[in-house]
Design a protein around this ligand. Sequence first.
Ligand code: ADP
Ligand code: MG
Length: 622
Amino acid sequence: MEDIIRLLPDAVANQIAAGEVVQRPASVVKELLENALDAGATQIQLIVKDAGRTLVQVVDNGKGMSFNDARLCFERHATSKLRKADDLFRISTKGFRGEALASIAAIAHVELKTKPAADEMGTLVCIEGAEIKEHAPVTASDGTSIAVKNLFFNVPARRNFLKSDKVELTHVEEELYRVALIHHDITFQYYNNGQLVLMLPASNMRQRIVNIFGQHFNDKLFPVELDHELMRITGFIAKPEKAKKQKSEQYMFINRRFVRHSLLNFAVEKAYADLIPQGMHPAYFISIEMDPAMIDVNVSPTKVEVKIQDERLVFGFLNSTVKKALGTMSLTPMIDFDDSFPDIIKERPENQEITVPTIGANPNYNPFDKVPEKRHGSPFQQFGGGGFRHETPSSNDWENFLKELNVEKVDYPKEEQQAVDFHHNTTENNLDLPENIPFFVFQGRYLFFELNGQVMVADLPNVQERILYETYVNALKNTPIHPQQSLFPQTVTLTAAQSDLALSLKEDFLRLGYDLEKIDNTHLAVNATPNDEEDEGDVQALIENVLSAYQTNQVIHKGDKIAGIAQSLARQKRSKQRIPTTQEEIKTLIRRLFESDMPTLTPSGKSTLHIFGAEELRHYFE
Ligand code: ADP
Ligand code: MG
């Protein structure tokens, strides 16, 4: 038989490779921006026309290329970044495969102008579908400009596959954000169809986030920080109220590279679990830096997916760092934290297995102490109610590890448990409140008061929701609410399934003050209710709502039973807020709020309180 195997001509091979690397204009944007960064640029312009279909151009002030390199860079496997196989494990540049420019040149018209600062003359290279049309000296400014025109001109199938301009442009901009967020120290300018759309001056990360996503983010961002010999975590998480249905504002970077890693995403989302409604996703911008040898970025051609050697460890560190930030968040307006991480994870004796710190919240925390007292040496332990618990996943098995995490609850050490009886004033005087607190209520809803030299505005229904939530969690876990026997028990009508579920939760309802008893398959008697007066319709609706919230939370979201019930009940009763009229009442309200886990947020993540210091007020008038 005749030989039939042939080596593909380079041009064809490159076209095939291009399919992997270049799916759409946004892919070109990513590759060109990354090359500019690798070249050490401090100023980068992105110029796009027709959503990148007719032009994607990146101009940088980086190190440029020599006359020969300007030609060579379009060859497959042409890279200046990798010399031997070993280097693969020490990659610190964005690119290293040397296939991006070759791929792009195979399917577009490319015009490259480049000049190293030390050279007199620059170089021009024009390529069309991998064919060199021009390679000549030109006058050029320092750095490199690569213009990619008429993408997929020779691959109609690809071209037709592109989505609308709007969709493609969204992808283009998303690529720009991913690069620009983590390289905030670099100036970016972005032009679309001849107009400057985004000017991003070199700045810190917070400023960069605000410049990209808008001023409304500014006071909603909280820093996350961990400095450990194994990894550094920095960046910002957004207040729970910034949560969205889409996961669109979630940015995770490892070694300054945008990554998607479902487990790490879960580590962050899990930290927010009780703070945002199910099905919503928090916004975050988190950067992890660790030894490149611990990760493998070589798994996908576009390098968004990564493999991490010890995922569990990173998971643990990330989860507790975010929890810490969330814990600090609720108290931030009032105090400055010394954000040192506890010694326990700073000093790790050799050969000892690494454990991951976890934190809970301290219900006895007094937000009116201007300076947190250092009870146990570390301010961080304020939130731990006794400091860190060590949690070492007992098995290497992934599934088990996740299961363990799912059942993990924030349990307070026994002595710190504190009964909060909502129906009576707390006698315990944890907070040092002044004799007289000036206050007034605006529109029956907004409570203004002065405390500690600051003006605070509280939203009464939201405050009520937070306080009730704490009360119910406490009732379900520790101190039940006292049921009041009714002279004439009320009857509620449910489906048989609902009724079964209600009876299976009889114990929990009793802890909340509702004594349920079966009459028949579809009827329950409510023999007792909590102290607050409720008419029949209310009890019926309340039980139905709790049951359905419980079901959604348990069955669909696999959530925590107590949090689910407490949240539903708190949401239903939040509008029955009492409006404080006396000093006694306002003090009780302030105490209950500030003794709660997260005084400034409702369990569903809305703000309860805004605080205006003299500084902030002054801003309004200058
Ligand atoms: P990789 O980035 O994986 O090395 P590319 O095909 O993206 O592969 O680029 C090939 C080479 O071209 C790079 O290694 C680099 O030496 C050079 N290069 C590409 N873009 C630039 C640029 N903007 N400035 C300087 N050199 C560049
Ligand atoms: Mg590259």
